[in-house]
Unconditional design. Sequence first.
Length: 227
Amino acid sequence: MEGLSARERNRLKRKAKAMARNDGSGPASSRHHAGPHPSTSSRTLSHPGSSSSTLPPSHSGPDASGLVDSATLAAAAAANKGWLEECVVLLLCVLALDRFSDFGSDQVTAPVRETAAQALGMALTTVDMDTVQAVRVLLEQLQRQPEWDVRYGGYLGLKYLLAARLRDCKQLLPLALPVLIAGLQDADDDVRAASADALVPMASELTSQGIATIRHIQGLLWDLLGQ
């Protein structure tokens, strides 16, 4: 500032003050722009009609809670049971009505009935025991029909039923065994072969049926090998 006249020094001071006001960098300005007053902020958050409220959303609705009531579960179980039973009925119809057989080899193959029997076994894995027993009775009716094609389809269905319900072998095997033994003595060789295949899933459980039954089945199987 030395060497300047008093007029020039005053002019520089006024210019510095003006620049300070325009910058807003003074302490007063800093206090003004530091943010809203705490009381104002709290009033904004607590105002019931304010759109800036930070209260958590309500979780009282069924979708938000993620809980499924017992009525919904019961309805879903009933719908699933009905759908499976309808599938079982349709698959039994295929086993009874299909007549396509392939005689290209020594043993007949029925791809449509084989696939239907496999699907029947899958459908019976989760149904209740009453449904399984009802299906077993229907398959036994097929095994008593005069047409060998129908009897053959019945034994295919029984094979996959037994394979699907191994956990219930103690209940199913005593009821199914007389039908399987009758199938081993059927007049048609393809039906006899299907009956022998149906014994395979529960072969390890045959020992529980007594030594006389085992010897009888063993003799029938040896006779099949000679035919």
